[in-house]
Design a protein around this ligand. Structure first.
Ligand code: PLP
Ligand code: COI
Length: 363
C-alpha cells in the first residue's frame, strides 16, 4: 500500500511535445482538446488499498471489455485549474475542496474513497511535472481532470473491488469563445438532470450523459447552454449542465439555489457566496422559480444573472428562452456585480490580489 506522504514514482516522458508545438498550443489553447506530457495513475484493490502511485508519460489505458466501469458507470471526476502567478510560479485554487468533493462523489457511487492527502499530492505532482504547460495569458489556465473508474473485470452488478484513479491536464482558454457579451440559456422542460435521492450532487459522468440531449436541444434552439428545473415540480431553477447560477437584484441581494442534493456543490459557487458577502451584498440560498425569474426580469427587480464554474469562471447570462418563454436580463450584457465578482475571483486565483480566505496554494 502506498503511503500518501511518500513522493510518487516519476517516469519522465521520453518524447514530450516539442517546445515550438507546445508554445503554439499555449498561445491559443481552446478548451479540452490538447493535453500535457504526463498523467498520474494510482490503483486500488479491496484488501490492499491504494498502490502503484506514479507520474508517467500520458498515454492510452488498456481496458478489458468486461471492465465494470464500462458497463455500470461507476465513474467520477473533478475539474480544477492551475494558474500562472505574476512571479511565474503555479497556484491551485481550493484544492482541498476538490479532494473532499471527490471523496463525497466516490461515497455516493459506492466507490473506494481516495484519501485527501493522496488526491492533493497527485494534483501537485502533475503540476510539478507539467508546469511548463500552464498557459500564461489572463483567462487561460491548466485545467486538471482527476477521475476514477471501476476497473474490476466482472459483470456482476455490485460495487467493484478495484479502481483506477488518473489525473490528466489540459491547457485551457475561455470556455465560451466568440465575442458575445453574455450567454443565452434554454430552459429544459422535457428533461431533468437529477431527482431527489439521485446522483445530482455527485460529480459522476452519468449526470453529464443524462444532460447531453438537453444541451443538444439548447444548441438546436440557438442557445449556448441548458438550464435544468427541479424534477418534482418542474418549477425551481437548479443549475446549468456544467455551472451553478446566481441572481442579482436591485436591492443589494444575491440569490443562488440551495444545495438540496440535486445540484453540484460548486467550489466557485461557494467562493462567490463568500466574496459577495465580503462586498456587502446580502446573500441568500433559496429556491427560485422560473416564473419568478421571468417576472423579476420583466420588472427590472432582477438586474443580473451569472453562471459560474471552474471551466466557465463567471459568465453573464443575457437571455433565457424556452418553449413559452423568451426574456432578457438587464441590458443583455455583463452587469456591474457580475464583473466585480469575476474580477475579484480571478485576481485571487491568479495570485494578483490578497487571499484573505487562504484559498490559494502555491506549487
Ligand atoms: N454544476 C455542474 C453540473 C458542474 O459540472 C460544475 C463544474 O464543475 C459546476 C456546477 C461548478 O462547480 P465548480 O465551481 O466546483 O467547478
Ligand atoms: C468544470 O467546470 O470543471 C466542469 O466540469 C464543467 C464542464 C462544463 C467542463
Amino acid at each position: 500500500m502506498t503511503d500518501p506522504i511518500e513522493p510518487f514514482a516519476v517516469e519522465a516522458n521520453p518524447s514530450p511535445v516539442d517546445p515550438a508545438a507546445r508554445a503554439a498550443i499555449l498561445a491559443d489553447p481552446g478548451f479540452g482538446k490538447s493535453f500535457t506530457d504526463h498523467m498520474v495513475s494510482i490503483r486500488y484493490r479491496a484488501g490492499q488499498g491504494w498502490y502503484d502511485a506514479r507520474v508517467m508519460p500520458r498515454g492510452p489505458v488498456l481496458l478489458d471489455p468486461a471492465t465494470s466501469g464500462l458497463h455500470y458507470a461507476q465513474q467520477i471526476f473533478e475539474g480544477m485549474k492551475a494558474y500562472r502567478t505574476p512571479d511565474g510560479s503555479a497556484a491551485l485554487f481550493r484544492p482541498a475542496a476538490n479532494a473532499a468533493r471527490f471523496r463525497a462523489s466516490a461515497k455516493r457511487m459506492a466507490m473506494a474513497e481516495l484519501p485527501d492527502a493522496l488526491f492533493l499530492e497527485s494534483v501537485r505532482a502533475l503540476v510539478r511535472a507539467d508546469r511548463d504547460w500552464i498557459p500564461p495569458a489572463a483567462g487561460s489556465a491548466l485545467y486538471l481532470r482527476p477521475f476514477m473508474y471501476a476497473s474490476e473485470v466482472f459483470l456482476g452488478v455490485k460495487p467493484a473491488t478495484e479502481y483506477h484513479y488518473l489525473v490528466i491536464a489540459s491547457p485551457a482558454g475561455p470556455y465560451f469563445k466568440g465575442g458575445a457579451p453574455a450567454i443565452s440559456i434554454w430552459v429544459s422542460q422535457d428533461y431533468s438532470r437529477a431527482a431527489p435521492g439521485g446522483t445530482g450532487a455527485a460529480k459522476c459522468g452519468g449526470n453529464y450523459a443524462a444532460s447531453l440531449i438537453a444541451q443538444a436541444e439548447s444548441i438546436a434552439e440557438g442557445c449556448d447552454q441548458v438550464v435544468f428545473l427541479d424534477a418534482r415540480e418542474c418549477r425551481y431553477v437548479e443549475e446549468l449542465g456544467g455551472m451553478n447560477l446566481f441572481f442579482v437584484f436591485d436591492d443589494n441581494r444575491i440569490v443562488t439555489p440551495p444545495l438540496t442534493g440535486t445540484i453540484l456543490p460548486g467550489i466557485t459557487r461557494d467562493s462567490i457566496l463568500t466574496l459577495a458577502a465580503d462586498m456587502g451584498l446580502q446573500v441568500e440560498e433559496r429556491a427560485y422559480a422560473i416564473d419568478e425569474w421571468q417576472a423579476d426580469a420583466a420588472s427590472g427587480h432582477l438586474r443580473e444573472t451569472l453562471a459560474c464554474g471552474t471551466a466557465a469562471v463567471v459568465t453573464p447570462v443575457g437571455a433565457v428562452r424556452g418553449r413559452d418563454l423568451d426574456f432578457r436580463i438587464g441590458n443583455g450584457g455583463p452587469g456591474d456585480v457580475t464583473s466585480a465578482l469575476r474580477d475579484r475571483l480571478v485576481a485571487i486565483q491568479r495570485g494578483e490580489a490578497p487571499d484573505p480566505h487562504g484559498w490559494v496554494e502555491r506549487v
